[in-house]
Design a protein around this ligand. Structure first.
Ligand SMILES: Nc1nc2c(c(=O)[nH]1)N[C@H]1C(S)=C(S)[C@@H](COP(=O)(O)OP(=O)(O)OC[C@H]3O[C@@H](n4cnc5c(=O)[nH]c(N)nc54)[C@H](O)[C@@H]3O)O[C@H]1N2
Ligand SMILES: Nc1nc2c(c(=O)[nH]1)N[C@H]1C(S)=C(S)[C@@H](COP(=O)(O)OP(=O)(O)OC[C@H]3O[C@@H](n4cnc5c(=O)[nH]c(N)nc54)[C@H](O)[C@@H]3O)O[C@H]1N2
Ligand code: SF4
Ligand SMILES: [Mo]
Length: 761
């Protein structure tokens, strides 16, 4: 292979959670522009693939919106630049004061990483430990906690659907042709279509670009997936497509499930879901008779009515038919670090989870995360245990959580708020202090997303560029705050400093000895690694010290898996870390077997647990044939408040000029609705929901179901061009969403079904 030119560097794309490997050609006058981005052939899972968005990452890195000074809010709401020493001193003093007055539990944390940077969150464990933070939330707890709750209870480990090997692939509420969200999405769809032995089932109200590849497209009525999935599972049970021998060997609780679903009125449910009963039965038969089935669900049901129930029914469909722990089905993964951590249920005598809850609203805490849809309510009240301060990092909750106006009011009412971001975001504009972070391409970074099976990977990424002047990496920010709080005594870390000077093997022994039995150091763990091991890892690479720690733990906890990837022996953790640090691309960290998918089930009987009493009971409400949310004469449209399009990337890119093509920010409706309501294509329309209204341009989309409307996600961010002109970027969906519309179980918002009306502006 020819050596790369000096100005070509390897990294990963930060525009969605697949994090494809990329090769970036740097150029421009200052050598800092991403002049060309191509796929990295060496990356073990993306293997050279990138989508259209990666070419335009320069709009993230070299955005005119970058912050380059700590900012302090004045009484009149404007901001003044302050130097780092002042900012750190004041932030530390304010946080310490809230802690002293109300206790660290009253300081809430939100965020910890966007789509390309999770070392922020790992390092923040030390800051949270220092502050005594008990409650944290992030983007996961506004989409995937329902899934985490269901999978943790049924399987007891995170799973990966082997879509690339499955005979039947099922996608529920997911449009990977546009959103990717899985490795090599478009080649995968093509492979399935070109292989006569394989099929694809897509469940989505819209005839999506993904549905074009489907053998069966179930164009479900929006918000009625629960009836569709109950009909599928009901037919699987009633047509005896259940794999009874397999269940007898590997599962518990299925008898109760089978009994409860034996008399589901399959055809009636299918019709209620807007579907042809024959087609629903065909899909059920396909799932029930296939050699292997892998299912992936996403926001189309995770942010829609009955979401956690639908997740449960999805998993019943695959598990009742024996699709787990075999090639092409669902496999239990191991990860270097978990972005969606396992939820540890505490079951009562009836098998129901005694969830931990937030003190004021009683919001459920799943996988250690509170749902952001409750955040404003948890703050805006006079309960003595209400949240008093908020630390937000690498997240834009005022933009991304439902009910922006309430959240702004809530943040402004706090005793203290801090935001750490690369830009002056909608959230930063509400906070007392804003600290400017170096971008994800200006520091060592990694994401904890990799969720592959049987082999899993990790990508520790080197900086491509020096830090923008006057910005810092988050681990340094955390360390300075911890030190300014006076939490570490002089000399307290001397033994570890000395051990680090002796090399990593000596350090490892000293480190484990130092933290075991020392609760204070254990609470500050990432900080301790950063300050003691960090300086020996090379200039700028201090932040990788936490990954060093993760490697030691991974190779101990998953020794067999790690050994299969070559990381064995007493120094496996040290060698794995060295490989991650030296490699230009992602590295395989471990390889699992199908047998281990069963051996690792944490339940005492090592069986899958198919009966979740709360959810099986909830399935009974479907018998009433009443949709959870509905349109009305006043609000005749079901608005999808946020769909993935060719040029949306959450809040990663603020400059709207990155988007190519027409109608990138438009609200879309079916042309028949345009005619019916006299709303011409291209018109400026008023979009109203029960809680807000906005003006937006209209476009037609014949793929949509009549009666639905759709807004792209990640719009409406404030951005000024080089001349200081405010550029219009479409509608800020969460000005129009109601945080009270959320899932009963997980508290995740129901953004895919917001009753709305349209009129000419
Ligand atoms: N281009 C782009 N890609 C992205 C992102 C981005 O911002 N832009 N963000 C990334 C992130 S953070 C995520 S979480 C993923 C999300 O990825 P996806 O979940 O695939 O994306 P969405 O477009 O939000 O929703 C998927 C589908 O849900 C369907 N849907 C709407 N209502 C319903 C319903 O009632 N039932 C069913 N079954 N389906 C329904 C929509 O028609 C849509 O096709 O995308 C990732 N990839
Ligand atoms: N109505 C509606 N709301 C939605 C959605 C929807 O479909 N509809 N989608 C939801 C989904 S699935 C998701 S995942 C969330 C995402 O919502 P959030 O978790 O809030 O994440 P992002 O929008 O990606 O914002 C990430 C922030 O990180 C900042 N950032 C980038 N790089 C760095 C860095 O290196 N360091 C620091 N400190 N900051 C950095 C960016 O400037 C940005 O402000 O939005 C959700 N909100
Ligand atoms: S699929 Fe996701 S990670 Fe890959 S290039 Fe596209 S946006 Fe980037
Ligand atoms: Mo997401």
């Amino acid at each position: 292979m020819a050596a790369e030119a000096d100005n070509v560097r390897s990294s990963a794309c930060n525009l969605c959670f697949v994090n494809c490997g990329i090769k970036v050609e740097l150029g421009g006058e200052d050598g800092r522009r991403f002049v060309k981005v191509r796929g990295d052939d060496q990356h073990p899972t993306s293997r050279g693939y990138i989508c259209n968005k990666a070419a335009r990452i320069d709009y993230y890195q070299n955005s005119g919106a970058r912050l380059d000074s700590p900012m302090r809010r004045r009484a009149d709401g404007s901001y003044e630049a302050v130097d780092w020493d002042t900012a750190i001193r004041e932030v530390a003093a304010r946080l310490a004061a809230v802690k002293a007055r109300h206790g660290g539990e009253r300081i809430f944390y939100y965020g910890g990483g966007a789509q390309g940077n999770h070392l922020v969150g790992a390092s923040a464990m030390g800051l949270r430990g220092a502050l005594g933070v008990k409650y944290m939330g992030n983007a996961i707890s506004q989409e995937k906690t329902g899934l985490a709750w269901v999978v943790s209870r049924m399987v007891g480990g995170m799973t990966h659907p082997e879509l690339h090997r499955a005979q039947v692939a099922v996608l529920v509420g997911k449009n990977p042709f546009m959103s990717n969200g899985m490795d090599r999405a478009r080649p995968l769809l093509k492979d399935i279509r070109n292989d006569p032995a394989r099929s694809l089932v897509v469940i989505d109200p819209r005839r999506t670009e993904t549905a074009d590849y489907a053998d069966i497209h179930l164009a479900v009525r929006p918000g009625r997936d629960a009836w569709c999935m109950a009909a599928i599972v009901g037919h699987i049970v009633q047509a005896d497509l259940v794999d009874r021998d397999w269940l007898a060997a590997h599962a518990s609780g299925h008898e109760a499930v089978i009994a409860a679903l034996a008399d589901v009125p399959v055809d009636e449910y299918a019709r209620f879901a807007g579907l042809d009963p024959q087609l629903v039965q065909r899909a059920a038969r396909l799932i029930g008779t296939a050699e292997s089935v892998a299912l992936e669900e996403d926001l189309g049901i995770q942010m829609a009515p009955h979401s956690t129930l639908v997740t449960y029914l999805n998993h019943l469909a695959v598990l009742l038919t024996g699709n787990y722990g075999r090639p092409g089905t669902m496999g239990m993964i191991t990860q270097l670090a978990q972005v969606i951590s396992l939820h540890r249920a505490r079951l009562d005598e009836n098998g129901r989870d005694r969830l931990q809850r937030l003190p004021v609203t009683g919001a459920p805490i799943i996988s250690g995360l509170y749902p952001g849809s409750y955040l404003a309510e948890e703050i805006l009240n006079d309960h003595p245990e209400r949240a008093r301060a908020l630390v937000i990092e690498s997240a834009n909750p005022v933009h991304s959580l439902p009910g922006a106006p309430r959240l702004r009011e809530a943040i402004r009412s706090l005793e203290f708020s801090l935001c750490v971001d690369v830009a002056m975001t909608e959230t930063a504009r509400e906070c007392d202090y804003v600290l400017p972070a170096s971008s994800t391409y200006e520091k060592w970074e990694a994401t904890f997303f990799p969720r592959n099976f049987p082999a899993n990977i990790f990508h520790l990424r080197k900086p491509l560029l020096s830090a923008t002047p006057n910005t810092l990496g988050e681990p340094e920010i955390h360390a300075r705050i911890i030190e300014a709080m006076g939490l570490v005594e002089p000399g307290e870390l001397d033994t570890l400093h000395a051990a680090a000077a002796q090399g990593q093997a000596a350090y490892r022994d000293a480190f484990f000895a130092a933290i075991s039995g020392n609760a204070k150091l254990a609470a500050l763990l990432p900080y301790v690694l950063y300050r003691t091991l960090g300086p020996t890892l090379g200039e700028g690479a201090e932040a990788t010290a936490i990954v060093w720690g993760l490697c030691q733990v991974y190779t101990l906890k998953h020794a067999a898996e790690a050994a299969r990837a070559g990381w064995e022996g007493p120094d496996a953790g040290l060698r794995l870390f060295a490989a991650l640090r030296d490699a230009d691309s992602a590295v395989v960290i471990g390889e699992s077997t199908y047998q281990e998918c069963f051996e690792r089930i944490p339940h005492p009987d090592q069986r899958l647990q198919l009966h979740i009493p709360e959810l099986l009971e909830e399935a009974q409400v479907l018998r009433d044939m009443r949709p959870l949310l509905d349109t009305s004469a006043d609000y005749p449209f079901a608005l999808v408040a946020g769909s993935r399009r060719a040029y949306t990337a959450n809040c990663a890119i603020r400059d709207p000029r990155w988007a190519k093509g027409r109608d990138t920010t438009a609200l879309t409706i079916h042309p028949d609705d345009g005619a019916r309501y006299a709303l011409p294509e291209g018109a400026r329309v008023r979009l109203e929901t029960a809680v807000g209204s906005a003006l937006v341009d209209l476009a037609y989309d014949a793929r949509m179901q009549p009666g639905t409307a759709s807004l792209p996600n990640g719009q409406g961010m404030l951005f000024r061009d080089e001349q200081g002109k405010l550029l219009s970027t479409g509608v800020y969906a969460n000005e129009l969403t109601d945080p009270a519309l959320r899932d009963r179980f997980a508290g995740t918002p129901l953004h895919k079904f917001v009753p709305a009306r349209l009129s000419l502006a």
